[in-house]
Design a binder for this molecule. Structure first.
Ligand SMILES: [Mg+2]
Length: 454
């Protein structure tokens, strides 16, 4: 749940009369109000001798809503939210629909049977299967949904909200556009997001973050040509925390800017150490998050960090997603030109899933396309995935840019990739991401030749 929320009531229920206008309220106040509303809604159903046996709480979060605001404008964003609320309110079985955050809704469903419950959930999902028209512009949106059963004898409202929150986080962590029902495995090491955010802030300052490195291999020579820096959180009590556990929160809270700077600085410092020791003489790829890339001071800060650490920018590659660079074409061209003029290479990460137009490839100084792992995964068994991968590889050849197949885990995938003239791979078949020390030991022991090839 977000730190500051606007509580905007869409439900027709009379108990919500006091909240009919938009309000800016604090997290605690809002949370208490939200709980009070839910308690009242459940209580009123109970007193009315409602036969509902199944009460389910859903927290629904619109994926990438910031991009909607950015692309269509805030006015359109507000109209879109209003339309989402209207559509949800019209669903049979939705006892309560509350906009509980900038782009978040809390729904309470009452159902007498499992079938009714399933139908209501399907209707909610169907709301987002059709497009929205806002100010004459058609747009599709997706949502992540966390769901938790509300049993008033066993579970408090606070627990149900907490569980739905954790299920929502699980939905976001696993790629968004999903509905996840709460399961005990979703319980987080931190009791709430505020605690996790506080701990993450500390982690950046106290150097609890570490970088792992995953090699990229050139198939024609058998040489490693690049190491992708990937951040991990080594919490003093919890241990190693995977990025999907904390990056979504870092993005949501804005901490990603600080975290991204830390990653770039540490990658540059590590590169400087390897240069000093005359080992692992490869380019380092650093992932740049959409929030970072959209930050207007990004390129200046990045160049400043590189200059401060004293490494040649030619040793760096920035991995940027298609959706990041498509936010604002003019700004993107200026930023990428600035970075390229300094000697930094640019790769398009997760290529093939983010944007349908290829026109941008003509305008941007791009050095590498990283084929999204979802195409590589079934390249040996799915002819569509093969066709798309093959097309991207040949597109890359024609544009004279490097093409990397990501997520290569099996020999059969590698064989097919070789047949399709793929030049470069990355994935667990070669090596998982490993610490700087491990990668030094592995590669030095094999004369800088990866185990797979030796
Ligand atoms: Mg990447």
């Amino acid at each position: 749940m977000k730190a500051v929320r606007r509580l905007f009531h869409f439900a027709a229920s009379t108990i919500l009369g006091t909240l009919r206008s938009k309000k800016i309220i604090t997290r605690i106040h809002q949370r208490q109000q939200l709980q009070a509303l839910l308690k009242q809604a459940i209580g009123s159903q109970h007193h009315a001798k409602d036969t509902a046996l199944l009460r389910t709480l859903l927290i629904l979060d619109i994926d990438r809503f910031r991009q909607v605001n950015f692309s269509l404008g805030y006015k359109s964003g507000d109209l879109l939210l209003e339309e989402v609320g209207n559509r949800l309110r019209a669903i049979h079985g939705c006892g309560l629909v509350i906009q509980s955050g900038d782009d978040e809704f809390v729904l309470l469903i009452h159902a007498s049977t499992q079938d009714q419950l399933s139908q209501a959930i399907q209707s909610i999902q169907h709301v987002f299967a059709t497009s929205f028209i806002v100010m004459g512009q058609e747009c599709f949106i997706t949502v992540s949904i966390g769901m938790s059963a509300v049993d008033i004898t066993l579970t408090t409202i606070e627990q149900a909200l907490h569980q739905a929150d954790q299920a929502l986080l699980a939905a976001k962590r696993t790629g968004k556009n999903k509905l996840v029902t709460y399961h005990s495995s979703h319980a987080q090491p931190f009791s709430n997001q505020i605690q996790m955010e506080t701990e993450l802030r500390k982690a950046i300052l106290e150097n609890q973050l570490i970088l792992y490195y995953q090699p990229r291999l050139e198939l024609s020579t058998g040489n490693i040509i690049c190491l992708e820096a990937l951040v991990r959180w080594n919490h003093p009590e919890i241990g190693l925390i995977a990025p999907n556990e904390f990056i979504p929160l870092a993005e949501e809270s804005g901490l990603i800017l600080q975290l991204g700077e830390w990653v770039l600085r540490e990658a540059c410092l590590q590169k400087a150490r390897w240069l000093e020791a005359d080992i692992l003489n490869y380019q380092i790829a650093v992932n740049i998050s959409p929030c970072q890339f959209q930050d207007e001071s990004f390129s200046d800060k990045a160049i400043q960090i590189i200059e401060q650490t004293g490494i040649d920018p030619a040793f760096l590659e920035f991995e940027i997603t298609e959706s990041s660079i498509m936010q604002n074409m003019d700004t993107t061209v200026a930023v990428l030109d600035k970075l390229c003029n300094k000697g930094i290479s640019i790769s398009i990460d997760d290529f093939g899933i983010g944007y349908s137009s290829l026109n941008y490839l003509k305008h941007f100084p791009i050095h590498c396309l990283k084929i999204d792992r979802s195409f590589v995964k079934n390249i040996h068994s799915n002819k569509d995935d093969w066709a798309i991968t093959n097309a991207i590889i040949h597109l890359g050849h024609a544009l004279e840019v490097q093409v990397v197949a990501e997520g290569v885990e099996e020999w059969s995938q590698l064989e097919i990739l070789k047949e399709t003239t793929c030049t470069t791979i990355q994935g667990y078949l070669l090596s998982p991401p490993v610490s700087a020390i491990e990668i030094e030991q592995t590669f030095q022991a094999n004369n800088n030749i990866p185990v797979m090839i030796s």
